[in-house]
Design a protein around this ligand. Structure first.
Ligand SMILES: [Zn+2]
Length: 260
């Protein structure tokens, strides 16, 4: 049986001298492990499409127990990510996170506020933003935070950032607190010891950025500029929120922190 899917390679393992297995994330079937025969031969048409981060249209055949790549047509190349070790490390973290969080044989379309969202497109935008920070004027730290918080939402862990969980106010003159364990906001007027756990007093810019990431569509959710101080707070919150919900650590994230 032949099938065609758009997808991004998020993992690759060499097999023998010439072949490899690749993990491809797709919207229709989640994570697909596919065999690529003869891929390391100099004239192989699959060489570029089976590289890590390759975004291609894959034509696959499905045998009894595994998929095989018959042909592939590149859609977009993220190969220049390899020219900068920090960007490569961050892209590898994204790939590792998506590989870990995506099930096999399950549609990955998520129905959000703005309609169905494509996981493949989300990963493609995150990689594009990672490569093009010089062009966009945004930082790797902001791209990483956006990925972590937006992806948490995609996975079903959307924090409630609409307003104070108690009184419903959108903002408060004395400030808004984010309670990461509970995933919601409480204004300074309503916060009391009964809430327990951690409560982070958000900088105004941090809350603005978090709302942008969660409520804006994919085409806009990366597009905010905030001060370095607010970015640091955003970074702390988003990383811890994402890791708390995925319940694991990522070796690629540890590597990113050593080269950053
Ligand atoms: Zn309140």
């Amino acid at each position: 049986m032949l099938m065609t899917y758009d997808g991004i390679v998020v993992g690759r393992r060499d097999v023998g001298d010439n072949s490899c297995f690749v993990d491809i994330v797709t919207d229709q079937r989640g994570l697909i492990e596919a065999n690529a025969h003869g891929v390391k031969k100099i004239n192989s048409s699959l060489m570029s499409s089976t590289a890590l981060f390759s975004y291609s249209t894959f034509c696959l055949s499905r045998g009894k127990s595994q998929y095989t790549i018959n042909s592939a047509k590149p859609k977009y190349s993220f190969h220049e990510i390899s020219s900068d070790v920090k960007k490569l490390a961050l892209g590898s973290y994204f790939a590792q996170a998506v590989r870990y969080c995506t099930s096999s044989e399950q549609s990955q379309y998520v129905r959000g506020k703005t309609g169905a969202e494509s996981l493949v497109r989300f990963l493609a935008v995150a990689l594009y933003e990672t490569i093009n920070t010089e062009k966009t004027g945004r930082t790797l730290s902001a791209v990483k935070s956006t990925f972590e918080l937006h992806y948490s939402s995609v996975l079903g862990f959307t924090p409630n950032l609409i307003g104070c969980n108690n009184c419903g106010e959108y903002e408060c003159a004395r400030g808004m607190y984010f309670l990461p364990d509970r995933g919601y906001l409480v204004c300074a007027d309503c916060l009391n010891p009964e809430y327990g756990g951690e409560a982070v007093l958000l900088r105004e810019e941090t809350l603005f950025a978090m709302r942008t990431v969660v409520f804006k569509p994919l085409s806009e959710c990366f597009k905010f500029r905030i001060s370095e101080k607010s970015e640091r707070q955003l970074s702390n919150i988003c990383e811890r929120y994402f890791l708390r919900h995925t319940e694991r650590s990522f070796t690629a994230l540890e590597f990113y922190k050593t080269v950053k």
